[in-house]
Design a protein around this ligand. Sequence first.
Ligand code: CS2
Ligand code: MG
Length: 412
Amino acid sequence: MKIQSAEVIVTSPDRNFVTLKLTTDDGLTGLGDATLNGRELAVVSYLRDHVVPLLIGRDAHQIEDTWQFLYRSAYWRRGPVTMAAIAAVDVALWDIKAKAAGMPLYQLLGGASRTGLMAYGHASGRDLPELFDNVRSYLDKGYKAIRIQTAVPGLRAIYGVAGNATTEGNKGKRYDYEPAQRADLPVEEDWDTRKYLTHLPGVFEAVRNEFGADIPLLHDGHHRMTPIQAAKLGKSLEPYDLFWLEDCTPAENQAALRLVRQHTTTPLAIGEVFNTVWDYQTLITEQLIDYVRSAVTHTGGISALKKILDFAAQYQIKSGMHGPTDISPVGMAAAMHLGLAIHNFGIQEYMSHGALTNSVFQQTFTFTDGMLHPGEQPGLGVSLDVDEAGKYPYQTAYLPYNRLADGTVHDW
Ligand code: CS2
Ligand code: MG
């Protein structure tokens, strides 16, 4: 079974997505997500100019050899662009192989290890009443775990806080938070760690008082603290028993997490900006984290992320795959199949996509009573309507960035 053609499809229904579509000489097609938020066109070029010419004529069954060929023949290893491109090829080939076998993809990964995947949603609020309303909207949708993000008094704009709720027919309120903003330049936001560290514990106390002690609550620090500040926050949140504190400090310096770990028992999740196992080596072997945050899309695909998660499993570390709206339905399906099969599944982020996106990507996954399931269709269970995709051309969009009060650029 040879790869006969490869198309890179760029579409922007609710936001930009990049999808690789492979077609074999016997007519099977496979899809892979190659979306890298804010740098989509770099991956488009990497695929179109440097990968697609290498794929035509290759045996579509040779997933591992194709992965090793693309990783080692590039010479320049790792990095978000390279690994997103390799991921798209890898997932598309798994999609094809599962279709050829007539099975849902998770069956080729060892079969189901659970009945479904616990999901968490993104609740946020500019104040407590809005936050509580947002939490209730997620509980009404069946979510069993919820991420809490809020505004910080004195700060103008902040990561993770949605605007006004919209009502989507009988689907209840939808608080959309799309971090990438369609504009020719990134939007500048402001930040003050002291204000944030002072404000946040009170928010979690209020949420626990309103919604009780049982519901798993998560929070995303989004890379903004120094290690000792992260340690202080983790310790101050211990009374509120978080499921995890995410990206508490930039983790290129993996050793920084030793300091955080010394001071707090709040579980830690890191890795959505990582793209190979080497980014995790110390974090995993020294058990400095509890959850691996990578998405299939950004980490070289199912083949690579499964190896990372199997490595993490030896250290009692679980998956917490990244699942915001900038992971396409194809990437989300790949995460669900992988999450269903591995033993050390932890939780799956699920923001749900907008109506326009769902008109471009036909999906068969289900979300019932707070649990996701990829479905029983052969392959990933996702198809892409190329004509519908063509209605939504790429639009320049960037993630925001932060400056401190004195103008210093800070992590966003
Ligand atoms: C966030 C993301 O979902 C998360 O945990 O960190 O919203 C992240 O900011 C975007 O996916 C970046 O593209
Ligand atoms: Mg995050």
